[in-house]
Design a protein around this ligand. Structure first.
Ligand code: TPP
Length: 383
């Protein structure tokens, strides 16, 4: 991995933030006794099950896209310790400002699988009426605001939410994810400067997965780390092993507690790796060698948490096989059910955008509905 134990607390202000180890899990899955208490046995199993579910969904939807049954997909394989671990440390009402690569956070939050699939497929049951690209989720009831395609826009939103949370006295702590490429965007500076000046409760988590599409991290920044940038904004930044679930929840737990207690924001840089392509529209073989992802498989967060579970005497190979098969079966049944729904009716294009669409749009809508009635008589009602 590109980090080392000495870079663990680069940028951290020791008076404000306790020492955070870079990694906690040993190669054989063991850990020091003081860290075992970070998570109980039941949760180790639940997290592993969520990790497996994430993988099964990634594999299945990648295939569906290749079969022409889905427009687009983006995997998060290899980054799940960071995505699930960060969400693990939140309260249910803490909003998660996502990018497109944090399916694990949604799974941990408990968004029903059917709602996720409806969005991916873009059928008439999708809460967003098929208006967003697949994987650009929005689930208000789970405190998940809409994902935006322009990278970085979620960051000012998150610190604004943190500011509002303090004014309202709700003690909610927004979590904002970003990739390391997005740390080069202007919105990163805007958000972190605002968060620092106003000490907004907020945790920013950089999934440093090595690439922004084809741009490697080495061409993204000349800084020795991204975590160190936080000190320029006046708050702590810590770099951790993002493939070590225990290291993630240890750092995140402290950052969230600190924010909730009025201590202000934290920047967490989680070193991880994007095992798959950027998206289904990308071919990584043109910019990285085939053995690079293979080398990272040795640090796979799933393998490492599995080794930890076995060290605790949990989640046997048989449990793992049974769980994987049950995930496969659940996803198959859901895909069949979600593909059977028709797409959103075309007239829904005009709904839920403006309270009063105005004369111009009303005319356009009426002309369009008249056209649909000719094209498909009986199928369309005036909304
Ligand atoms: C403002 C903006 N510029 C460019 C893009 C095109 N784009 C989409 S994803 C991406 C890479 C982002 O990389 P990173 O932040 O490292 O996240 P990762 O995809 O690695 O998770 C780019 C450049 C965009 N969506 N928005």
């Amino acid at each position: 991995m590109s980090g080392s134990a000495d870079t663990a607390s680069v940028g951290a202000t020791k008076a404000e933030f306790p020492e955070v180890p870079f990694a906690i899990l040993n190669a054989d899955g063991s850990c020091d006794p003081e860290y075992r208490e970070l998570i109980d046995d039941a949760d180790v199993v639940r997290v592993l099950q969520t990790l497996w579910l994430n993988r099964v969904i990634d594999q299945r939807f990648l295939k569906l896209q290749r079969q022409g049954r889905l427009g687009f997909y983006m995997t998060s394989t290899g980054e799940e310790a960071t995505t699930i671990g960060a969400a693990y440390c939140l309260r249910d009402d803490d909003p998660i400002f996502l990018t497109y690569r944090e399916l694990g956070a949604l799974l941990w939050r408990g968004v029903p699988l059917e709602m996720l699939m409806n969005q991916l497929i873009g059928n008439g049951q999708d809460v967003n009426k098929g208006r967003q690209m697949p994987i650009h989720f929005c689930f208000r009831d789970w405190a998940v605001p809409s994902i935006s395609s322009p990278v970085g826009t979620q960051l000012p939103h998150a610190c604004g939410f943190g500011y509002a949370s303090r004014l309202r006295g709700t003690a909610q702590v927004p979590l904002a994810f970003l990739g390391e490429g997005t740390a080069s965007q202007g919105d990163f500076h805007t958000a972190l400067n605002f968060a620092g000046v106003f000490r907004t409760p907020c945790v920013f988590v950089i999934r440093n997965n090595g690439y922004a599409i084809s741009t490697p991290e080495s061409q993204q920044t000349a800084s020795e780390s991204l975590a160190i940038r936080a000190s320029g904004y006046g708050f702590p930044g810590i770099r951790i092993d993002g493939n070590d679930f225990l290291a993630v929840i240890n750092a995140m737990g402290q950052a969230v507690e600190r924010a909730r207690g009025g201590g202000g924001p934290t920047l967490v840089e989680a070193l991880t790796y994007r095992i798959g392509a950027h998206s289904t529209a990308d071919d990584p073989s043109v910019y990285r060698s085939a053995d690079e992802p293979e080398r990272w498989r040795a640090l796979d967060p799933l393998e490492r948490l599995t080794a930890h579970a076995r060290w605790r005497g949990l989640f046997s190979e048989e449990d793992e096989r049974a769980w994987r098969e049950s995930c496969e079966a659940r996803i198959s049944a859901l895909v069949t059910a979600c593909e059977a729904w028709p797409p959103p009716p075309l007239e829904t294009l005009f709904q839920d955008v403006l309270r009063d669409p105005g004369l111009q749009l009303r005319r356009q809508r009426d002309r369009y509905l008249a056209y649909l009635r000719v094209r498909e008589p009986d199928a369309h009602e005036v909304p």
